[in-house]
Design a protein around this ligand. Sequence first.
Ligand code: SF4
Length: 291
Amino acid sequence: MEWTDLPHSDPNYDPDVDTVVRQSTINSLQLCGQRVALSTKEGYLPLVSEQLAFGTCVHEIISQDISHNALQQDMLLNMGEWINEILVTQYEWSLDQIGDPRPFFSEIGVAYRSWVTKVAPFIARDNVVESEQEHYMYLGEGLNGNIWLKGTADLVMKDRLVDWKTSGRDWKQGKADYSIQASLYMPLHKQALKRSLRKFDFWVYDRSKSVWRLHPTSRTIAEINSALHTAYIYGLQIESGHLPATPVPTGFVPKRGWYCSAKWCNAWNICESKFLNDNVDETVVAIRKWK
Ligand code: SF4
């Protein structure tokens, strides 16, 4: 599949035999394939994380602002209701389990108000094409069915894609320039919307400084084709189910990756590939907690 030859008419997606690739799954695979392989097995701990939930809540209030083209005063005044719903439906968690929620509410409010004053003026509402629409793109044949790329851009403008990120600190520009999300969302939206979009703006909310920073990036056609090929190969791997464990990333970094721990790996309790000759205690049991 290439930028200049994207399908205009796709085979229909069949959830029984087809395989879906998301950029977030590729990011997980790049850390450790076994995490993805074990994600549907009994004993895998559903994800819950303060950082992810914070990002989801900030996305939600921004998304409502854009779709109604209005300040979301009601959401700011009634945070308990919609935030609890997000926690319950997306994280199998609830506000009752996070202690005093006021600092969490307050920070979401600060991030949103800062977005309203510092970021929204850059968003020409007349140029908005769509917001938070899910798309599928056919990548090629697999062994059993077809391989699909799936993604949802936060915002599609007439001349660029836009994504909101929340982070403990600001990004380095390289993170935007090497992002496979940007490389894949460009052809995904070209195919879906018939728009040649090769610019991507990452707006990153730096939680340590409570500021939004813009990291614009762009891609060549060769870079986009390379990412499409990579996504297809990852799709074939996912379809096969043969995903190797990589608790140690490379021979040049001869120690366990941070992600291979009871704290950060949801598959820790059921993984048979985590035992290494280092000083980590693999008998520690991982528990779901707000972290
Ligand atoms: S415990 Fe380590 S080796 Fe096992 S899936 Fe998690 S990251 Fe991979």
